[in-house]
Design a protein around this ligand. Structure first.
Ligand code: GTP
Ligand code: ZN
Length: 328
């Protein structure tokens, strides 16, 4: 024992009476950051302060708690962002919204894939491949359930007219924007500005074309190229968050085939339509609000002119889509 230690012990005698308490580390000086992508246990985060990109791992104190793309986190340790440096994520801020991917044969659990997004952008081509309304419907259910605002983005407008699809979603109050390669991006930019938007859509609809037009640097971002091509990946591909040059973030979700809707209840969905929810308070107990329900109040409301028939029909269409298996 060194002299100074002895001295210290003399100055501060041990208090044997003090009960043992679990020491809680104090992370007051931790930096806040956002998770932009995940690769084999390594989390790429950007610091809120200066936008610096830092690689981090989960701290042991988080236990089995998951960290997903879009999470707001607190990081400590080496936050220099230098090559080979590794910080630690010590805390995950409560999530405002969560989006789940579906359970499938590879993984039987509906896992959260993205946190804290406020908008779900459903990208569908007007042709090549042709739009599938049922798939858009299921994405809408996922958005409403997650507490996210949906936006339908119809691409390849040089190949087809958007009128039919627009007519299907207008009665639900869902916004639709129309784009094409090399076209004017003003509408979609306006819809994305200053928000956190998740992009979904199946292969070939022109999602990469759109991302590259919106974020000219996307192709130069190594993590984006990795995530989108899946190169160098062992397991499934992570979502990736990209900052928009005009404000806001888009989160691309390569490799997500469909959303988990197994947990969605009719009551969760109808909350997104307050006018319909109001009316259904008069439904008989256990009413499923489908067209075959004998005394659904939605039918009475259409009959007396309180609700537009198109709105009720469209709502019933997305309600029915909940129970259909329709992968990307
Ligand atoms: N005619 C037409 N073709 C387009 C348009 N946008 C994209 N394409 C073409 O559609 C094909 C698919 O586009 P991508 O951007 O790679 O589509 P993606 O959705 O990212 O598809 P994956 O990479 O498979 O996920 C490419 O050949 C594009 O050149 C468009 O507005 N009009
Ligand atoms: Zn009903």
């Amino acid at each position: 024992m060194r002299d100074d230690d002895e001295h210290a012990q003399f100055e501060r005698p041990r208090r044997h009476t003090k009960p043992r308490t679990k020491i809680r580390p104090n992370y007051d000086d931790a930096d806040t950051a956002r998770v932009v992508t995940i690769d084999r246990g390594r989390y790429t985060v950007t610091l809120d302060d200066d936008g610096r990109t830092v690689t981090a791992m989960k701290s042991r104190n988080l236990g089995r708690k998951g960290v997903v793309v879009g999470d707001q986190v607190r990081v400590v340790g080496d936050v220099s962002g230098a090559d080979g440096s590794l910080a630690r994520i010590v805390e995950v801020t409560p999530r405002r919204t969560v989006l789940r991917r579906t359970a499938d044969d590879d993984d039987p659990i509906e896992r959260i894939i993205v946190a804290n997004a406020d908008q779900l952008v459903i990208v569908a081509a007007l042709a090549d491949p042709p739009p599938r309304a049922g798939l858009i419907d299921r994405c809408l259910v996922a958005a409403f359930d997650a507490g996210m605002e949906p936006l339908v983005c119809l691409t390849k407008s040089d190949l087809g007219s958007p009128d039919e699809i627009v007519a299907m979603f207008e009665p639900l109050g869902v916004r639709v924007v129309v784009t094409r390669r090399d076209g004017d991006l003003d509408d979609i930019r306006e819809a994305l500005r200053d928000r956190v938007s998740v992009l979904v859509g199946h292969s070939g609809v022109g999602k990469s074309t759109l991302v590259n037009a919106l974020v000219p640097d996307a192709n130069r971002s190594v993590s984006y190229v990795n995530a989108v091509t899946g190169r160098g990946r062992h397991t499934s591909t992570s979502a990736i968050s990209l900052e928009l040059p005009f404000g806001g973030w888009i989160i691309d979700t390569p490799g997500i085939r469909s959303f988990g809707l197994a947990h969605v209840e009719i009551d969760d969905l109808i909350k997104a339509f307050p006018d319909l929810q109001d009316v259904t308070r008069d439904c008989p107990r256990g009413c499923l609000h489908s067209a075959t329900e004998p005394e659904c109040a939605l039918d009475l409301a259409v009959a007396d002119g309180t609700l537009a028939p198109e709105r009720v029909e469209s709502f019933r269409r997305i309600l029915a889509s909940m129970n259909q298996k329709d992968d990307y």
